[in-house]
Design a protein around this ligand. Structure first.
Ligand code: ATP
Ligand code: MG
Length: 361
């Protein structure tokens, strides 16, 4: 067996200051701990992979350490975790309640973490309610869920609620950068950016994509490799199409589109992506909006450069055409043609003296 550990586990934060992008939660928890105002029942809600279980474990450890700062006991056995996704019966909850009764042998608190608490059956919920209402002084409950709306109001009203947010791209990227350095992975800034973007706010997803790509790229991450593997159209394709359209080279634009289709990309994703590209060019034209451009450093420079070549009116018209094509796409009988027409229209926008409409007379 190899001793390879996936990054999500290897880099699970052990202390609050290592938790990324949840400053509000961490500060509140730390204050509550310091001033002894921690509720006995906490509900951690938020999207998947953003640090709920991690914070529950850190809290469980900290709360016993705070009370016995000189004690170097391992408090791991004061933490009880129940995954309600697979243990959702009344019996599972009864077992848990049995554990609640007895005070801990070391430390002052027993912490019960119930993950995916929305999966508990109704009868399990009911069995749990009493304990939650009048827990013994040594018991702390941390309920975690991705689906807050599925939690019964009777439970919600008995808990202090902590809303975890999804993690922003810069935070994810920073985190990946630190890990890449520790692991000796060479990387392009834009490659990490793309991974962070793809993770859609979930740090765990970012780490597993990272692992997969590092293995695939044999220890190095390039933008090209990453976009190829993630099957995202790379920025360069959009830059090339835009250049062709600006110079009215319609055949070239159509050829690039053909190549994209032959690589197996979806035509609608392409046309909405192209719309996004024109939007990015627009925002890159002004110092006030450039921060709305969500790409890595190298790519940003390319946007600014191409942005200089485009009249704002061209970009707005092109955006409009992409938008219309995107809307019409589903209903179209010839979807490829819908996109091709859009490309031809965009490729004609800068033509000198082009009549607005062909006169019929
Ligand atoms: N805020 C964060 N800071 C640092 N690492 C994080 C953070 N969130 C997630 N991670 C990483 O992702 C892994 C999984 O996080 P965690 O188990 O805490 O997510 P979760 O919110 O409980 O997700 P789920 O809803 O799927 O249970 C952690 O081991 C850690 O490596
Ligand atoms: Mg969890």
């Amino acid at each position: 067996m190899s001793d390879y550990i996936v990054s999500a586990r290897k880099y699970r934060p052990q202390t609050f200051d290592q938790v990324v992008g949840q400053e509000a939660i961490v500060t509140t928890l730390e204050h509550a701990l310091a001033s002894n105002k921690l509720a006995q029942a906490l509900l951690f809600c938020g999207p998947r992979g953003v640090g709920k279980t991690t914070c529950a474990r850190i809290l469980a450890r900290t709360i016993n350490e705070t009370d016995n700062p000189n004690d170097d006991n391992d408090f791991a056995f004061n933490i009880f975790e129940l995954d309600a996704a697979s243990n959702n019966s009344v019996d599972d909850i009864r077992n848990l309640i049995d554990q609640v009764r007895f005070p801990p042998q070391v430390g002052n608190y027993k912490v019960f973490v119930i993950d995916e608490v929305h999966m508990l059956s109704t009868s399990a919920f009911n069995a749990f309610l009493k304990t939650l209402e009048e827990p013994p002084a040594h018991a702390i409950f941390i309920l975690a869920t991705t689906e807050k709306h599925k939690i019964l109001p009777t439970i919600l009203s008995r808990c202090q609620i902590y809303d975890f947010k999804s993690i922003g791209i810069p935070d994810i990227k920073n985190h990946l950068e630190k890990i890449a350095k520790k692991e000796g992975v060479t990387y392009e800034d834009d490659a990490l950016h793309l991974i962070a973007q793809k993770a859609d706010g979930a740090l765990r997803d970012a780490l597993s994509i990272f692992d997969r790509l590092v293995t695939f790229g044999e220890g190095s991450l390039t933008l090209e490799g990453v976009s190829d593997t993630l099957n995202v159209l790379d920025y360069d394709t959009y830059f090339a199409i835009t250049d062709a359209c600006l110079e009215n080279k319609i055949p070239e634009a159509l050829h690039i589109f053909d190549k994209i289709l032959r690589k197996g990309y979806d035509a609608q994703l392409f046309i909405s992506g192209l719309g996004g590209h024109f939007r990015d060019l627009l925002v890159s034209q002004h110092p006030q909006t450039i921060e709305l451009l969500d790409v890595g450093e190298n790519t940003k420079a390319k946007y600014i450069e191409q942005g200089k070549k485009c009249m704002p009116q061209f970009l707005m018209d092109a955006l409009d055409i992409c938008n219309q094509a995107d809307i019409n796409y589903r209903a179209s009988k010839n979807q490829r043609l819908t996109v091709e027409i859009a490309l031809m229209q965009i490729g004609s926008l800068t033509q000198q003296g082009q009549p607005k409409k062909k006169s019929i007379a």
